[in-house]
Design a protein around this ligand. Sequence first.
Ligand code: TRP
Ligand code: SF4
Length: 364
Amino acid sequence: MTDSKNAEISSDVSEALSSSEQQVKIAKSEKPPKGSIIMSGMRTTGRLHIGNYFGALKNWIELQNDYVGYYGCMDWHAMTTSYKSAKDVTADARDMYAEVLAFGLDPVKNVLFIQSQVPEHLELFSLFMMITPMGWAERVPTWKDAEADAKANDTHNIGRFTYPILQAADIAVYEASHVPIGHDQIAHLELSREVVRRFNHLYGGKLPEPKPVFTETPTLLGTDGRKMSKSYGNTFFLLQEEDELTKTLRATPTDPARVKRTDPGEPTKCPVYAFHKLFSPASDLPWVENGCRTAGIGCGDCKKKLGENINGLMAKPREKKKELLQSPDTLDSIIADGCQKARLKARETLDHVRSWTGFKSGPN
Ligand code: TRP
Ligand code: SF4
């Protein structure tokens, strides 16, 4: 894969998507200083959905022109809940890797890895577990929120409890100073900072306390009109095929006031309009707004236009993904390369960690 080809896809899709979002405020936190190491990851739970894109990948693609980023497909994190289907987790990691490449995350400018192929994460995770008091992990709000669900779904396991400690290790193993995350990850990053601070204090270490890089992501409505959430099964996969997309859109509810074609509607009460704001060019929005409010257009027309716009944006990444999956050797070698680079850095960090703590380094 050539650099320029990837960059081309990246600018096409991400520019089109950001220019279409004029209503969405992008509140960026302080820009990381030049030379900062950036790290982030996504749980590998299947194909990329809108939340993955607007909450993570889009920001990584924007950052790649200025910083070296370590970005991971986090399959150990996926295993905390999907341990019964380990084979799917492995396949999902590869699929996600292909999708991030297809959207233009550059494997040359960044280090792209699959978490389970960099075992150093787990060594640092073990050490971090020794120094993290139980109370810190118990206080993480995502754990409190998830506990009932975990009990009901046979995922009330120690791995899920220690999820944020593994996340702290993910970041520290690359000595990353900045982590692009969504607001839902604040508590996890706070714990990472505390664990790193305690580590440095105990052993005289010099691991950086990671800072968040926020981008305000829009509150996304799901395809059923409720808040978008993986657990509601109402997410929206980006690289679905055209006919799949048509089906998804057909099933998406609209403003209930529009019972008959002649009934006017209110776009702000409609998930289809919310998707238009994300995917359609700004010049299409007045057509939707006026057409909806005056019953000048039908919901079918409105969905058709949205489908065309999404298909237009996704055509290149869709094709790129297909190309990657059709040449598995190329994909495998990009993955192997990325994981190799990640390991080199992680090994170096662990050498420091071992020298601070007094453990001898092993033969590799
Ligand atoms: N918990 C993150 C999520 O669900 C994924 C993740 C795992 C992560 N390790 C990380 C994010 C390290 C940032 C840094 O989205
Ligand atoms: Fe929603 Fe569009 Fe129908 Fe209005 S016209 S209710 S915005 S689908």
